[in-house]
Design a protein around this ligand. Structure first.
Ligand SMILES: Cc1cc2nc3c(=O)[nH]c(=O)nc-3n(C[C@H](O)[C@H](O)[C@H](O)COP(=O)(O)OP(=O)(O)OC[C@H]3O[C@@H](n4cnc5c(N)ncnc54)[C@H](O)[C@@H]3O)c2cc1C
Length: 279
């Protein structure tokens, strides 16, 4: 099956993209890398009159620092982060995670903004962005607004983005020298979406202590009591405590899913605490 016909636009500026979007009155779809939108078009799950390609917009292609935060333009690709193209992201949790997203061909085109806007519960960026307590910058003809990641993803494939809005950037904190992070996901095979995942970030300088689980039915869920315990003790919590935290934040999971999530949390925290392995 092939996509139904549509008008394709590749505006030169964000301003022009926002005007096209407003003029379309809901009939247009934005395109980042097209790695999720392409299949949806081909399967005719979406039939926009117009596709507005934002992947080359200069305003969305940069990584810059402002104060103690880093602004990652929405059209920065997974591969660029993996390859360390942007010096500000070298050695970061984002660089470490980028290389494990899908396959290289998808990473070459897929963008941070497209992934966040798509809001697949099993996606990597939504989970890491939650763990970093990041914020999403959203642009429209009315101006820009910033939404904390905890409030951006409302559920599976549902976000705070409204008609006429473009996800312009992701703002992540610049972590201090004593920060530790971990990331672990179970995938049936390399390149597949996660079946259970966990990201954790601890940064004493920024008073950041976050443990977040993903690949749930909806948005990633934080485990705040567990994070506080790890920050306080600097030790791996008892398995019973991890099980209780997972059950509280992701109720209704069957025994196998719960076990995968608990193991993902343990392995993620083992990275944070720099333990050799977890039994
Ligand atoms: C086989 C396969 C395996 C994959 N495995 C993984 C994986 O393991 N982990 C993972 O995280 N992801 C995975 N993905 C998804 C991949 O990371 C995609 O790149 C990502 O989901 C979408 O990014 P994109 O830039 O291609 O967005 P697009 O496909 O272009 O767009 C996706 C959606 O976001 C909207 N959109 C795009 N850009 C913007 C913007 N700037 N503002 C507002 N809305 C926008 C589009 O309208 C569309 O609705 C996989 C994809 C495939 C096909």
């Amino acid at each position: 099956m092939k996509a139904a016909s549509f008008d394709y636009q590749r505006p030169a500026t964000l301003h022009a993209a926002l005007r096209l979007l407003a003029d379309s009155a809901g009939g247009a779809k934005l395109m980042g890398g097209g790695q999720s939108l392409g299949p949806m078009l081909n399967l005719r799950l979406t039939r926009p009159k117009q596709v507005i390609d934002v992947s080359a917009l200069g305003e969305l292609r940069q990584v810059t620092q402002a104060g103690d935060a880093i602004r990652i333009g929405a059209a920065v690709t997974h591969a660029e982060i993996e390859d360390g193209v942007h010096a500000l992201l070298r050695g970061s949790v984002l660089q470490s995670v980028a290389g494990g997203i899908a396959y290289r061909a998808i990473r070459n085109r897929g963008t941070v903004g497209g992934s966040l806007a798509h809001a697949d519960p099993a996606a990597d960026w939504v989970l890491v962005a939650c763990a970093l307590a990041a914020e999403v910058e959203i642009a429209s003809q009315a101006g820009t607004r910033r939404v904390p990641m905890d409030r951006f993803m409302h559920g599976a494939y549902t976000t705070a983005l409204a008609e006429g809005e473009v996800l312009a950037a992701l703002w992540v904190p610049k972590l201090g020298p004593d920060a530790h992070w971990g990331y672990f996901k179970f995938c049936r095979k390399t390149g597949e979406f996660a079946e259970a995942s966990c990201a954790a970030v601890f940064d004493p300088a920024r008073k950041l202590a976050r443990v977040v689980i993903g690949a749930l039915d909806g948005a990633p869920q934080a485990l705040p009591a567990l994070a506080a315990q790890v920050a306080r003790s600097g030790a791996m919590p008892a398995r019973a405590a991890i099980e209780a935290a997972v059950s509280a934040s992701a109720p209704g999971k069957d025994a196998i899913d719960r076990k995968l999530l608990v193991a993902a949390v343990e392995r993620c925290l083992a990275q944070v605490l720099m333990l050799e392995s977890v039994q």
